[in-house]
Design a protein around this ligand. Structure first.
Ligand code: ATP
Ligand code: MG
Ligand code: MG
Ligand code: MG
Length: 565
């Protein structure tokens, strides 16, 4: 394509709401434009990248034997009522009514719809196992849409669903999908990790997330240096090393999540001003767990998902890594601790120290004398206490755990019969008996992959696309194209030759200065750039610039095609 066809929409200004680099660069490079909070238009250049992601996902899903379908985004409430999720899903579900006053929602996910399809369509056990997938628009009315297309309200997801007669068959497909995901993220050219995950509101027992590793990631993941063990911290188990200071009279089995939430997030949840939330500890006993929440700088080290927090914000001041013993009080009737003593033992961990009384989730029900240092019998719903920290021993006993940050780009689940049972998706099995189908589901955030690729691959000048996701592989940058007929002909011929060779090439035929051209090409992240000038042509040479190297190379014009291939 030619830049003169108005393909580029690069801009200098960074919008105030763009706090992460991928969001800033996607706006500056002209990949997306904001319509409203969490709603974005994909411009031509951005759409090319999105389509690349889709194409790789589609190829690998097809290769894994999944069948592509396309389900409606608009979904009748009845199906959601069958599974009980119409009530349970909460405000993230975008609900609406049609002209006859019937309830509908815009699908945040498609378990109900696919299960309805399967119960009608799958007639014989001989059709199983079967996997359907789609690449389609999802709607989630996120409490705080942010980071551009990373967390938006309308986004593209690949979602796949499998149906089985036996757990063994589900495991087989699950493993196949796990492998397909590994191939997909490898083909993207991204550094990633598969981790054990919590299955959240989708449900099911076994679940893995795929994370693109990036400092700005909202999730923290723990992985072992001595084995394959890797888990989202909200799911990671901690084994207390012998002699550790945090060793208490209790076995601390489950651990919590230092997932990152912004101060604004928390302030919104607690309906408190930002200043008040800064360096605040919030503790809450929610249906089952006692939770400590610590804010430092602009990060919240938070043992649970922010959505679940309701409690009291307790103003405290402390220095990082200091030993802090403080008392705090909760409002009458609210959930929270009274007299809580806290000790920060490392950057990411909070230990509850001596005697405290904690509030419970029922009025007037308090636990007294809870003490982590001595023997105590814990009320069994209080267990989420300790965050995995750098250097903890891996639960498999092999190696030490390290903490990295990640962006969740894929999530696979073994659903079991959660949906098929409530929706009566059964089948007559080989023995002539009716049997509920067993299900798996497998998502990839197509739009989020684009942002996470940038988050992982950029420099001060702009995006550095992995070749497989680049909107164009090669850019042709002619110097003073409009001043030389010979250059015009040579550049045009080179463009045509590259096109014929099947290379995706962007011909910068604008009347702009060389510096302007280069900075645009660097900003939009084209991996290879060929600079062609009148002077070079005299010697039969062109200049080659790689996006990842400072050094330019002189290449004979004749050999450039072979060089690029
Ligand atoms: P998150 O924890 O980031 O809210 P999720 O666990 O709610 O994500 P899933 O239900 O597992 O998301 O959906 C599958 C995939 O869809 C996610 O792994 C993610 O890549 C993508 N995704 C989820 N929510 C959004 C969103 N609001 N904007 C863009 N992509 C999203
Ligand atoms: Mg979510
Ligand atoms: Mg998640
Ligand atoms: Mg998820």
């Amino acid at each position: 394509m030619r830049t003169s066809q108005n393909l580029l929409n690069t801009v200098k200004e960074i919008p105030a709401d763009a706090v992460v680099i991928s969001h800033q660069l996607m706006i500056r490079a002209g990949l997306i434009r904001k319509l409203a909070a969490g709603l974005y238009t994909w411009l031509p250049l951005g759409l090319r990248v999105l389509r690349k992601v889709e194409a790789i996902v589609r190829e690998e899903m097809d290769r894994a034997g999944a069948l592509e379908v396309l389900m409606p985004a608009l979904q009748p409430a009845e199906l959601w009522q069958e599974t009980g999720r119409w009530e349970k899903y909460g405000p993230e579900l975008a609900r609406l009514k049609d002209r006859h006053d019937r309830d509908f929602c815009l699908g945040p996910t498609h378990e109900e719809i696919i299960t309805d399809l399967a119960r009608n369509e799958i007639k014989s056990y001989k059709q199983l196992p079967i996997t359907y997938y789609q690449i389609q628009t999802k709607f989630r009315d996120e409490i705080r849409p942010r980071f551009g297309v990373m967390r938006c309200r309308e986004f593209i997801m690949k979602d796949a669903y499998s149906f089985h007669l036996s757990q063994e068959s589900l495991q087989e497909t699950y493993d196949l999908m796990h492998q397909a995901y590994t191939t997909i993220f490898t083909r993207f050219g991204l550094k990633f990790r598969a981790v054990i995950a919590d299955s959240g509101s989708i449900g099911g027992a076994v679940s893995h997330e795929f994370h693109v590793l990036a400092e700005s990631g909202e999730d923290a993941i723990a992985f072992s240096d001595g084995s394959d063990y890797a888990a989202n911290i909200e799911k990671a188990e901690v084994v207390m090393p012998k002699g550790s200071r945090a060793k208490a009279g209790v076995e601390l089995k489950k651990v919590s999540t230092p997932s990152q939430h912004s101060i604004e997030d928390v302030s919104q949840f607690f309906n408190a001003p930002v200043q008040q939330c800064l360096k605040t500890l919030v503790v809450k006993g929610d249906d089952g767990s006692l939770v400590a929440l610590l804010l430092r700088g602009d990060h919240v080290l938070n043992p649970i998902k922010a959505e679940k927090i309701e409690g009291v914000a307790v103003p405290l001041t402390f220095a990082s890594d200091a030993e802090i013993i403080q008392s705090c009080h909760c409002k009458p009737g609210s959930i929270g601790p009274i007299n809580l003593n806290i000790k920060i033992i490392a950057d990411r961990s909070v230990t509850l120290m001596s005697d405290f009384v904690c509030g419970a989730n029922e009025d007037g029900q308090h636990f007294t004398g809870v003490n982590w240092e001595r023997d105590l019998s814990l009320p069994n719903h209080i267990e989420d206490i300790r965050t995995v920290v750098e250097g903890d021993i891996s639960p498999d006993g092999q190696g030490q755990l390290h903490i990295a940050r990640g962006i969740e780009v894929g999530h696979i689940f073994q659903l079991g019969t959660k949906y098929s049972e409530s929706m009566k998706a059964g089948i007559i099995n080989e023995d002539g008996k009716n049997q509920t189908m067993i299900m798996g589901c497998y998502g990839i955030g197509i739009s989020r992959v684009v942002a996470s690729a940038i988050e992982q691959n950029h420099d001060a000048r702009g995006i550095i696309w992995p070749v497989s996701l680049a909107p164009f592989q090669v850019a042709i940058c002619p110097m003073n194209l409009h001043k030389s007929e010979r250059l015009k002909l040579a550049a045009e011929k080179l463009y045509q030759d590259l096109l014929k060779a099947g290379i995706e090439v962007l011909f910068d035929d604008r009347k702009v200065r060389a510096g302007f051209m280069f900075s645009d090409m660097e900003l939009i992240g084209i991996p290879h750039c060929i600079v062609i000038s009148d002077r070079g042509l005299e010697a039969g040479m062109v200049e080659y610039k790689s996006r990842t190297s400072e050094q330019n190379e002189e290449i004979p014009l004749e050999g450039i095609l072979a060089f690029l291939q």
